[in-house]
Each structure stands twice: as C-alpha cells, then as structure tokens.
Design a protein around this ligand. Structure first.
Ligand SMILES: NC(=O)c1ccc[n+]([C@@H]2O[C@H](COP(=O)([O-])OP(=O)(O)OC[C@H]3O[C@@H](n4cnc5c(N)ncnc54)[C@H](OP(=O)(O)O)[C@@H]3O)[C@@H](O)[C@H]2O)c1
Length: 284
C-alpha cells in the first residue's frame, strides 16, 4: 500500500484507509467485520477511521477488538460529536473513545462537523490540551468549509489543523472547486469519505458505470478501483472506504500504484462532471 505524508507532519499514512461507519451494529456480522479490519491492516490499510457517534460507541468497541495487540501498526482516527464539543465535553469524549478503543492515545482527533452550540475556541483549546497530555497526536476537522477551517486554525495557539475529512466521490465533486485547492495551498490533507457514495455506486448499466469498466479493463482493474484511484489522484488526497467483506478490502488495497491518463480523466469528467459553481459542501 502506498503512503503519503499527512499534511506537513512528517508522518506517512496509507492513501487508502478503512472506514468503519455502521460496523459493530449487528452482533452476527461482528466477527467478519473484525477479521476484515485485521486483513486490511495486513494489506497496509493502517489508517482506521471511526467516531464516537458510530453505533453509539459500539463501532469504537469493535475497532478496539480489531486492533488489540496491533495498536502500534495503526494510524487511529476518531471524532468528537459537535454536541460534545465544549472544552470539558471534548476532553470527556476523547477519554471515553480511548476507553472503548482500548488505547491510551489517538493519532488523529477530529471535530465531526461544525458545532453551532460550542465556540470553536473552546473545542480547539481542549484539542491542544489533549495533544499536550499525549492523548492525541494530531488535530483535524471534518465537514468544515474554508471559512470554518480558518476560524479553527485561528483558534489554535500551538498546533495546526492537519486535515479536513469531507465527502468526496464521483457524484459529489464539490470540494474540487475551492476547498481542495485551498487545502493544497495551505498544506492541509483532505481525507475523502464515502468514496463509493455510501453504497450508491454507479450501476454497471449506467453510462458512468460503463466508462469506469472500460477504463478499468485497460489496467486490469475494477470500477471500484478506478474510482479510488481517481479520488486520490492529487498529492494531498486520501480516502477511507468502508469494507466489511474480505474480498472488498483486498480489492481496495489494489486501487493505487498506477496512474490514470489525461484521456481517462477527461472521460470521467464527461460522465461525472466537475463542479462549475459554488454550492454547499456535500454531506452524508
Ligand atoms: N466525517 C463524516 O461526516 C463521515 C460521513 C460518512 C462517512 N465517513 C467515514 O467514511 C467511511 C466510508 O464511507 P461510507 O461508509 O459512507 O461508505 P463507502 O465507503 O462509500 O461505501 C461503503 C459500501 O461500499 C461497499 N464496498 C466497499 N469496498 C467495495 C468494493 N471494493 N467493491 C464493491 N463494494 C465495496 C461496502 O460493502 P461491504 O461493507 O459489504 O464490504 C459498503 O456497502 C465511513 O465508514 C466513515 O468512517 C465519515
């Protein structure tokens, strides 16, 4: 698995990581989900993304079981929910995530989305104190606009925002207009979530599905691999597909290390048009 430097941290993380939303919600599927996450680690998909809100904490518990004995291999990210993003709430939420994940630090801690209830200055003060206490290594945000990113960065006194995790898939390319160039310019990593549209992937019978298959056929790759390759084609892009089946994680691990040509990119632009005017950030 190819890695890239996360922002300007000096830390390299895999271009393709592992999402976990909706894992841990059904006891019958737990074993396969754990085994798939562990297989992902074997294949180098060591960036695992979770959140306190997923499954009301059950997803973090499942991740804790999956990484038991292998914590040192993992770049572990979790998120504080906006309703908990007061100073004390953020500290408490982090401690509870650590307990569920059975670890004593997170590599990356994100604000899940902008909080209208708690001032960003309070959240960021808590984040910096968590760094100082060794409970988190890096601070990030999720679903933040440029204006919100700037406010979050201004609220920090010692640390930097290292990433913005945002919705990015073939049918949701809004970030390409302003947010992605801004993050590139300011050295902020963009971690794209829901790379397969959270299950709404272009059908093989659609025009887009056919173009993905045609491009894939040239490289011996599947439409899903073409999509992941496309979504990580720029140097500050990462992605975190969620796969609970072993065949899916294997496929995702083979999505990078080859390059789409300008003709491939143009063909994709035709069926999945890039944004032409300003709009709200897509969210799932
Ligand atoms: N920050 C935020 O607000 C936010 C919001 C949404 C998501 N996220 C993060 O982003 C992660 C990914 O997004 P997501 O869970 O919404 O959906 P996604 O990754 O776009 O899609 C997941 C779906 O794709 C399937 N899949 C995975 N690999 C495949 C492959 N190679 N071929 C065919 N199907 C494949 C999965 O099936 P199986 O599970 O059956 O393998 C699952 O049904 C989340 O899990 C979460 O960690 C963050």
């Amino acid at each position: 698995m190819l890695t890239r430097e996360l922002d300007r941290t000096g830390v390299r993380i895999p271009i393709i990581g592992q999402g976990t939303w909706r894992m841990g919600e059904h006891a019958a599927r737990e074993r396969e989900e754990i085994e798939t996450l562990r297989l992902g680690l074997d294949l180098g998909l060591t960036h695992i993304d979770t959140a306190e809100i997923y499954g009301n904490g059950r997803t973090e518990e499942l991740v804790g079981k999956a990484i038991a004995g292998r914590r040192h291999e993992v770049f572990l990210a979790s998120k504080v929910s906006p309703e908990h993003a007061s100073y004390k709430g953020t500290i408490r939420a982090c401690e509870q995530s650590l307990r569920r994940l059975r670890t004593d630090y997170l590599d990356l801690y994100l604000v899940h989305w902008w909080s209208d209830r708690h001032p960003i200055e309070e959240t960021m003060r808590a984040m910096e104190d968590l760094v100082a206490a060794g409970k988190i290594r890096f601070i990030g945000v999720s679903n933040f606009t440029i204006e919100q990113l700037e406010r979050a960065q201004r609220a920090l006194t010692r640390e930097r925002i290292v990433c913005n995790q945002v919705c990015y898939h073939l049918k949701a390319r809004q970030i390409e207009l302003r947010l992605l160039p801004y993050c590139e310019q300011h050295g902020i990593a963009v971690v794209g979530y829901s790379p397969f549209g959270s299950g709404d992937f272009p059908s093989p019978r659609s025009r887009g599905g056919r173009v993905l298959a045609e491009i894939g056929a040239k490289y011996g790759k599947t439409p899903h691999q073409v999509a992941l390759n496309f979504l990580t084609r720029r140097p500050n892009l990462f992605t975190i597909p969620k796969a609970s089946r072993p065949e899916h994680v294997r496929e995702n691990a083979e999505a990078v290390g080859w390059t789409l040509t300008p003709e491939d990119l143009a063909a994709l632009d035709e069926v999945f048009p890039p944004p032409t005017r300003e709009g709200p950030l897509p969210m799932i």
